[in-house]
Design a protein around this ligand. Structure first.
Ligand code: UDP
Length: 405
C-alpha cells in the first residue's frame, strides 16, 4: 500500500490570541472565490467569509485554486476543472483533503470549532466521520433526486436553508433548523435610475431558468432582450434548439458569460430583470443583484422569487409570459431606490454573518452534548458564549433567521 502524502499544515493563530471561533469553510472546487463570472455559491462564500473575519473569527477557506479571501485560503486541488463540474473524482478529492486537514488540526490540538460546508453531497454524506460539527448550507432545491439523499444523510449535519420556501419544502423527517439568506453588499453595485430600453435575463442556460420564456415575454412586450450566461456542460442541446434560433443581435442579443464592470452595467441599465423560472428556486442571486442596482424584477411566483420580489414594490410576481409582458407597461410604478433598499435591509452581510454565528453556536452546543468525539467543543462553546455576552449585550441572536420579504 502507498504511504499517504503528508497533509499541509494550516496556519493558525495561537489559541490564546484568538478572539472568536475557528471556522473552516468548504467551498465547491470548480470556481474560484470570488468568481470572475458565473458563480452564485462562490459569491455567497466570499461575502460570508469577509463578514465572519470582520467580526473577529479565524476563518480558513477551502476553495478552488485562484481563490482570494480575507480568510486563510487553502486549495487542495491543482486546477479548477469547471468543465467537469459535479465530477465525483474532483469533489471527493477536494472534500477528502479538506477533511484530512481539519482532522489533523484537531489531532495537533488546534481544532476548528465548526465546519461550514457549501460544497455539495460528499461532505454531507461523510460529515459524521469528522471531529468537528458540520453546518451545511442547502444551495440546491429539494427534488426527486436530492430528497432521498437528505433523508438518509441530513441528520449528520446542521442544515441551513437560504429561503423560507426551501425550509418549508424539506422532505418529512429532514430537520432544517435555520434559514439564513444569501448576502449582498449593495455598495458593490452601481445604483442607476436612468434606464435603457432593454430587458435583461442572466443565468446558466438551463430550461428551468427560462431563457426561452424570457424571449417569448420580451417579444410579447415589444422590448429588446439581452441574455447573458454560460452554456454549461449538458445545456448545449437546450441552447441550440430553444434559444439560439431567436438570437439576432437586435431584438434578442446573447452576450455569453459576463463578469466585472460589464455585468454590473448590464444589471444597472436594464429597464427590468426578467426571471421566468419554472423550478423551486432556492434563492436566486441574480434577483438581488438587479435590485441592488435599482432595477425592478419581474418574476414568475415560484420558489424564493416570492420572498425576494415584493409585488408592486420592487417588481412584479406573475404567472406566465403574457402577464410578464403586460407588467413591462407598469414599470414606472416601481421606485428604483425602493428596489435597492429592499435588498440592503434584508440581505446585508451583517445580517447573514450574525445568522451564521447563531447557527454555529447551536451546532457546537449540540455536538458538545453528544459525547467524547466532540468533547473539545465544550470549552469553545463557553468561550464563545462568554464573548457574545461581553461584546454584544442584548444583541438579538435568534435561532432562526428568516428573510422578511
Ligand atoms: N453570473 C455571472 N455571469 C453570467 C451569469 C451569471 O456573473 O454570465 C452570476 C450572477 O450574477 C449570480 C450567479 O452567477 O451571481 C448565479 O447565481 P444564481 O443564484 O442566480 O443562480 P444559480 O446559482 O442557481 O445558477
Amino acid at each position: 500500500m502507498n504511504a499517504p502524502p503528508a497533509t499541509t499544515r494550516l496556519p493558525t493563530l495561537p489559541r490564546v490570541e484568538r478572539k472568536g471561533l475557528r471556522i473552516a469553510v468548504l467551498a465547491p472546487p470548480w470556481i474560484p472565490v470570488p468568481p470572475l463570472g458565473y458563480g452564485g455559491i462562490e459569491a455567497v462564500v466570499a461575502l460570508t467569509c469577509e463578514g465572519l473575519v470582520a467580526r473577529g473569527h479565524e476563518v480558513t477557506l477551502f476553495a478552488a485554486p485562484g481563490s482570494h479571501s480575507a480568510a486563510h485560503v487553502h486549495s487542495p486541488l491543482q486546477g479548477t476543472h469547471a468543465d467537469q463540474i459535479g465530477s465525483s473524482l474532483y469533489e471527493s478529492d477536494h472534500v477528502g483533503a479538506a477533511y484530512d486537514a481539519i482532522d489533523n488540526a484537531a489531532s495537533e490540538d488546534r481544532p476548528f470549532d465548526v465546519l461550514h460546508d457549501h460544497s455539495g453531497f460528499t461532505a454531507v454524506a461523510m460529515a459524521h466521520r469528522l471531529s468537528v460539527p458540520v453546518v451545511h448550507t442547502l444551495h440546491a432545491p429539494f427534488n426527486d433526486e436530492t430528497r432521498p439523499f437528505y433523508t438518509r444523510h441530513g441528520h449528520k449535519v446542521r442544515l441551513v436553508a437560504i429561503s423560507r420556501f426551501q425550509l418549508e419544502h424539506a422532505p418529512p423527517g429532514v430537520g432544517v433548523a435555520d434559514v439564513v439568506p444569501n448576502p449582498i453588499r449593495v455598495e458593490d453595485w452601481p445604483f442607476c435610475e436612468d434606464k435603457d430600453d432593454y430587458l435583461l435575463w442572466m443565468g446558466r442556460m438551463d430550461a428551468a431558468k427560462g431563457a426561452h420564456r424570457a424571449i417569448a415575454a420580451a417579444r410579447a412586450a415589444g422590448m429588446r432582450l439581452v441574455l447573458a450566461g454560460p452554456v454549461q456542460p449538458g445545456q448545449e442541446e437546450y441552447f441550440r434548439s430553444e434559444v439560439e434560433p431567436h438570437i439576432d443581435g437586435r431584438a434578442v442579443a446573447f452576450v455569453g458569460e459576463v463578469g466585472g464592470a460589464r455585468r454590473k452595467e448590464l444589471f444597472a441599465r436594464a429597464k427590468a430583470f426578467v426571471m421566468p423560472i419554472r423550478w423551486a428556486e432556492p434563492f436566486g442571486m441574480v434577483m438581488v443583484e438587479a435590485l441592488a442596482c435599482g432595477t425592478p424584477v419581474i418574476a414568475f411566483a415560484e420558489g424564493a422569487a416570492s420572498e425576494i420580489v415584493i409585488h408592486g414594490e420592487n417588481g412584479f410576481l406573475l404567472a406566465d409570459e403574457q402577464a410578464m409582458a403586460e407588467a413591462v407597461g407598469r414599470l414606472d410604478a416601481i421606485d428604483p431606490l425602493r428596489c435597492r433598499e429592499s435588498v440592503a435591509s434584508r440581505y446585508n452581510v451583517t445580517i447573514v454573518a450574525e445568522g451564521y454565528e447563531s447557527v454555529y453556536d447551536s451546532a457546537i452546543q449540540a455536538a458538545a452534548s453528544q459525547g467524547p468525539r466532540f468533547v473539545r467543543r465544550v470549552q469553545s462553546v463557553s468561550r464563545w458564549n462568554d464573548r457574545a455576552e461581553r461584546v454584544m449585550p442584548g444583541a438579538a441572536r435568534a435561532s432562526t433567521l428568516q428573510p422578511t420579504g
